[in-house]
Design a protein around this ligand. Structure first.
Ligand code: XLS
Ligand code: NI
Ligand code: NI
Length: 435
């Protein structure tokens, strides 16, 4: 039985289409810089928001109307929901999805029952993947919802919580491998602290390092070859999350010798919560060869929390796509870690929201490619830094000049060459020319 009987497969109809159930810019076969849009963007549907988002907030219960869901925590309901998920993803035309262990299958009354539930649903997920050709972008374990993780998972003061989390990751890795997952994500939901008065910071972070190594070792043991990713977020739920931004994550990975195994999964709303732009986080991770994947969403300037809204801002999507074209994305993807608003409670809103996000990114991709083809910004940058290409600049970069050499140089020269304008306003205007 169809859950969306009135919806046909979403098609590309071109920019003039007025049909809100069609793509105006996302044509999966269109070639951009020698690659199809589908392969550039690698769109992924987030199971937790799209299939499990209830619309509840701290002030009231859920609002979503989901006729296929009987509201129970039964395995049967979970299996049925999984089939609906694939009907949705297939009609939308996204090539990937992503999930947490506990979004797809109900947690049982014991670890072994939870594992059994997960196996039962994973069987359906596998069948549906094979039926539709939709693939798993990444799997992950929910190590933050259950009260046992109140003090954290790998960074809990309670060694048993670490052990339970490890057991959960073991199982999630096995299932991710079984489903051909191309990545495995760690978002440290409660890995952080509320007050230093009760926290042994060094011990907790050391434990997190240990935890990641255990995952790497186990992946090797079972032959899981997907990319490990760590997802930065500065706060929420804890006041201070250990993975607070790209720089903190990269420092953690370096300190614990994990950079060969991990890259970053950068999320837009997390970047802004950290007081950075998404473009900054992407560039920072990218320049170190550690950009892995993105959680595409957006926050609200008026609201200071992780609102996880669908991204529709073409300017922002263009900035993101400039980084993704520069550094590459595969085996990562553009995962819509985004939820419809509480007021958008009808099933059809799931389509409108994803179509809007996919079109914004498709447009961003085309604009970014046009910017790159013209090369105006590259030319400006090359010119701005050209004092480093020869003379004293080249000597400094190549390590040939020591401080004494700099002194000799400046004593002779007297004053620095005149500075040039940064031209920010001109460049912002130039950027808008492409929009
Ligand atoms: C929460 C995170 C979460 C991760 C996966 O803010 O974005 O959804 O992406 O655990
Ligand atoms: Ni996320
Ligand atoms: Ni988030």
């Amino acid at each position: 039985m169809s859950a969306f009987p009135e919806i046909k497969k979403i098609r590309f109809e071109g920019p003039d289409s007025k049909n809100p159930l069609a793509f105006r810019f996302y044509d999966e076969n269109e070639m951009v810089e020698g690659k199809s849009m589908k392969d550039h963007l690698r769109f992924s549907v987030a199971y937790w928001h799209t299939m499990r988002g209830s619309g509840s907030d701290p002030f009231g219960p859920g609002t979503m109307v989901r006729p296929w869901d009987d509201g129970s925590e039964s395995v049967e309901n979970a299996c049925n929901r999984a089939r609906v998920a694939f009907e949705f993803i297939e009609k939308l035309g996204a090539p990937y999805y992503a999930f947490h262990d506990r979004d797809v299958a109900p947690e049982g009354s014991s670890l072994s029952e939870s594992n059994k539930n997960l196996d039962a649903v994973a069987k359906v997920l596998k069948e549906e993947q094979e039926r539709t050709g939709v693939k798993l972008l990444w799997g992950t374990a929910n190590l933050f919802s259950n009260p046992r993780f109140m003090h954290g998972a790998s960074t809990s003061c309670n060694a048993d919580a670490f052990a339970f989390a490890g057991a959960q990751v073991k199982k999630a890795l096995e299932v991710t491998k079984e489903l051909g997952g191309e990545n495995y994500v760690f978002w440290g939901g409660r890995e952080g602290y509320q007050t230093l008065l009760n926290t042994d910071l060094k011990r907790e972070i050391d434990h997190m390092g240990r935890f990641m190594h255990l995952a790497v070792d186990y992946a090797k043991k079972i032959g899981f070859t997907g990319q490990f990713l760590i997802e930065p977020k500065p706060k929420e739920p804890t006041k201070h999350q250990y993975d607070s931004d790209a720089a903190a994550c990269i420092n953690f990975l370096r300190a614990y010798d994990l950079t060969d195994h991990f890259k970053l999964n950068i999320e837009t709303n997390h970047a802004t919560l950290a007081g950075h732009t998404m473009a900054h986080e992407l560039e920072y991770a990218g320049m170190q060869g550690l950009l892995g994947s993105i959680d595409a969403n957006t926050g609200d300037l008026m609201l200071g929390w992780d609102t996880d809204q669908f991204p529709t801002n073409v300017y922002l999507a263009t900035e993101v796509m400039l980084s993704l074209l520069k550094y590459g994305l595969s085996p990562g993807g553009v995962n819509f870690d985004a939820k419809v608003r509480r007021e958008s409670f009808e099933p059809i809103d799931l389509f409108y929201s994803h179509i809007g996000g996919m079109d914004a990114f498709a447009r961003g991709l085309k604009i970014a490619a046009a910017i790159r083809a013209d090369g105006e910004f590259d030319k400006f940058l090359a010119q701005r830094y050209n004092s480093w290409d020869e003379g004293i600049g080249a000597q400094i970069e190549s390590g040939q000049a020591d401080l004494a050499a700099l002194e000799t140089y400046m004593l002779e020269k007297g004053e620095i060459a005149p500075n040039a304008s940064g031209r920010q306003e001109m460049l912002e205007g130039l950027f808008n020319r492409y929009m």
